[in-house]
Design a protein. Structure first.
Length: 115
């Protein structure tokens, strides 16, 4: 299994990795603390997870918890996450445009332009 084979989702203090082609759950993890909204950031080989003010890092391929930080004094709610290693929307748009152009070139269809 490679990182490119997975997509990640989080609900109610739970996180799951699904196989991107089949939708099969590859692994799942439940936060030991926190009970509500789950925010995710794919940060290279780590999945950063925030649950009600608690921060966790998970191994992307196994779901193993690598570390936890209680973020004492920061409060609760939905976290905003950012990292130089994380995927940005600009990066995803560029990748999607390249994939669409490649598909169009091999199928003979007109290229798709994403702006």
């Amino acid at each position: 299994m490679k990182l490119t084979d997975l997509i990640f989702t989080g609900f109610n203090k739970r996180v799951a990795a699904l196989h991107r082609l089949t939708g099969e759950i590859v692994w799942q993890w439940t936060a030991p603390s926190g009970s509500s909204y789950t925010s995710l950031l794919l940060d290279g080989d780590r999945l950063i997870v925030s649950v009600d003010g608690y921060m966790y890092a998970l191994d992307t391929l196994s779901g193993t918890q690598l570390w936890m930080n209680e973020m004492a004094g920061f409060g609760y709610g939905v976290a905003s996450l950012a990292s130089v290693h994380g995927s940005s929307s600009a990066h995803l748009i560029t990748a999607a445009a390249a994939a669409a152009s490649q598909t169009a070139a091999t199928s003979g269809a007109s290229p798709v332009v994403i702006t």
